[in-house]
Design a protein around this ligand. Structure first.
Ligand code: HEC
Length: 120
């Protein structure tokens, strides 16, 4: 009886070893807040404050995801609307367009940016 229990436990060890590294890889492939902050400084900070709602070239992005609606278009502050803004920009915006980042940022970089924007 004891031996069977011990055998069952031994058989479970490889299962848990496979389960954990996989979870970690998935988290990494979706980007990180730190990477997002660096990308923001490089690509967005020229036109957007991260720590205030004061406009720069575009609206300040403090509290972006904590507010109900996005600061300029007043669309709902959802991940998909923000992703769309990043990828497509808004070339018709007045007095100043926002450039599209599709093709300039990799999908995991956009994921990182969104993770970072959620912390603002
Ligand atoms: C050259 C200046 C410029 C750069 C660079 C820029 N933006 Fe913008 N952004 C704007 C302007 C202008 C607006 C307001 C016009 C509009 O509604 O699109 C805006 C609007 C936004 C909005 C609000 C959209 C809405 O629907 O209210 C978000 C979110 C945003 N930008 C995120 C970003 C992120 C993230 C980056 C970096 C990847 C970035 N922007 C880079 C100029 C810029």
């Amino acid at each position: 009886m004891r031996a069977r229990l011990a055998l069952a436990l031994i058989l479970m060890i490889p299962l848990t070893m496979f389960a954990f590294p996989k979870g970690k890889q998935e988290a990494e492939s979706k980007g990180s807040v730190e990477a997002g902050e660096a990308l923001f400084k490089k690509n967005c900070a020229l036109c957007h404050h991260a720590d205030s709602n004061e406009p720069k070239m575009g609206p300040g992005l403090k509290g972006l995801f904590k507010n109900k609606v996005l600061p300029s278009s007043h669309k709902l502050a959802t991940e998909s609307n923000v992703r769309e803004q990043i990828l497509e920009g808004n070339l018709k915006a007045k007095p100043m367009p926002m450039p599209p980042f599709a093709g300039k940022l990799k999908p995991e970089e956009v994921d990182s940016l969104i993770k970072y924007l959620k912390t603002l």
